[in-house]
Design a protein around this ligand. Structure first.
Ligand SMILES: [Zn+2]
Ligand SMILES: [Zn+2]
Length: 427
């Protein structure tokens, strides 16, 4: 007799943003499919891994996208086993960069090493949007999640139920991304959704873009330099494209891992919204390739887009120290700033890193989030019509507020997931 129903084991991402990891299996069976295996960082910036499922029962690992909070625990499954890995081509290309960079910075705390990352990549296969796979009696299908290039919304059919896992999702169009392919996902029985911004509304995208351009113009007009610290994946390219669409008339420098990721996006142009605009930015901006370029970049009227987005090291921190003392310059934050990060300290205390010197440059913080806000997440529920909604990847108070809103507007039972808990659903 065929098993009926599905069991979810939440290995990470329950009551917390990030570190997502969910094992989906037909009810009553041990073997299942793992969606994501991410890592978070604590206040001292040390990695906090997701829990793991016994590797011998993991029939496949699906990686929703290349952010570390979705992939940083995955190599652990290759210490004693070799499950097949499925992800899109850009995700796999970026996963290599991200995991190697992770080990460079956190190797001391990591239970896996470069050999496990290598085996993960050797056991990986590319999937495309719209593709369906059969994995040991479970079917998986992949749609664009609209979050970053290559990100997938996974639909798993097992035990007579359709279970959708958003990964990280965005429902609005940006320069870099088309919205999530919600219309292709169809009707779900169970929706496992991120709710990072489940209690927030983002300003309209055009408003953030206009504001960025206005700030840049004002600072350049008074002879200053604009530093835009940005995440290497997606945010950096989004900012490049916004600037390229308006030709700022001064040199634009691009520094850090943003460059390698831009090259991956250009080589996988079918995964981005406006490839010619990204190509234009890449060809017309100055790509920093060494210290000579770096010294030149901040000594003139220019715009500098540099990783890391929260100024936790990387070239953006170097530039901040050079330009932060001059009130003619500006630092424009365009990314999430985690508590404890240099970026958050700039915002909250107005102090330069590793000193008590005040920041004298103008400071701005704009919202270019690549996550759906409350309305976007409600749209996901509305279009997929699930009878059960499982909320993950969300702070507890945000998850609670979002769950109440979903329950009020939809005929669905809402569950706020806890780490290491199991949830079984029957048809
Ligand atoms: Zn995430
Ligand atoms: Zn993400």
């Amino acid at each position: 007799m065929e098993t009926q129903g599905v069991t979810l084991r939440v290995l990470g991402g329950g009551g917390e943003v990030g570190r997502l990891s969910i094992l989906v299996r037909p009810a009553g069976r041990r073997e299942g499919v793992l969606v994501d295996a991410g890592v978070n960082f604590d206040d001292e910036d040390r990695p906090v891994f997701a829990s793991t499922y016994p590797p011998r029962y993991v029939r496949a690992i699906i990686l929703s996208h290349a952010h570390l909070d979705h992939i940083g625990t995955a190599p652990m499954y290759f210490i004693s086993s070799e499950p097949p890995v499925y992800a899109t081509r850009p995700t796999l290309r970026m996963a290599k960069l991200m995991l190697e960079d992770f080990l460079k910075l956190n190797g001391y705390y990591s239970p896996y090493e470069h050999g496990e990352v290598k085996r993960l990549l050797e056991n990986s296969s590319e999937v495309r949007y719209g593709q369906r796979l059969e994995i040991d009696g479970v079917e998986a299908a992949f749609y664009s999640a609209g979050h970053i290039p290559g990100s997938v919304f996974t639909v798993i059919e097992a035990g007579g139920l359709r279970v959708g896992v958003t990964g990280d999702i965005n429902t609005v169009e940006t320069k870099l991304m088309k919205p999530a392919q919600l219309d292709m996902v169809g009707r779900l029985d169970v929706l496992v959704t991120e709710a990072t911004y489940g209690a927030t509304l983002h300003p309209p995208r055009e408003r953030a873009e206009k504001r960025l351009l206005a700030i840049v113009e004002e600072v350049l007009d008074s002879g200053g330099t604009v530093l835009i610290p940005a995440f290497s994946i997606a945010r950096g390219q989004e900012i490049m494209m916004i600037l390229a669409a308006h030709d700022p008339g001064v040199p634009v420098y691009v520094d850090g891992m943003i460059r390698q990721v831009t090259e991956i996006f250009i080589e996988n142009s079918e995964y981005i919204n406006n490839p010619s605009l990204l190509r234009k930015a890449y060809e017309s901006f100055n790509i920093v390739r060494g210290w000579r370029d770096r010294h030149r970049a901040w000594r003139q009227k220019s715009i500098i887009i540099a990783s890391a987005g929260m100024l936790k090291g990387g070239p953006s921190l170097y530039y901040l120290k050079r330009i932060g003392g001059n009130p003619r310059n500006a630092v424009v934050l365009v990314s999430f700033q985690a508590p404890g990060s240099v970026g958050r300290r700039l915002v909250e205390e107005g102090l330069m890193p590793s000193s008590e010197e005040p920041l004298r440059a103008r400071l701005e913080w704009l919202d270019f989030s690549s996550h759906a806000d409350r309305n976007g997440l409600l749209e996901v529920v509305r279009k997929t019509k699930p009878s059960k909604v499982v909320v993950v990847h969300s702070e507890p108070d945000v998850a609670k507020a979002f769950a109440e809103r979903v329950a009020a507007e939809h005929d669905a039972e809402v569950i706020i997931a806890s780490n290491d808990a199991e949830y079984t659903f029957k048809p």
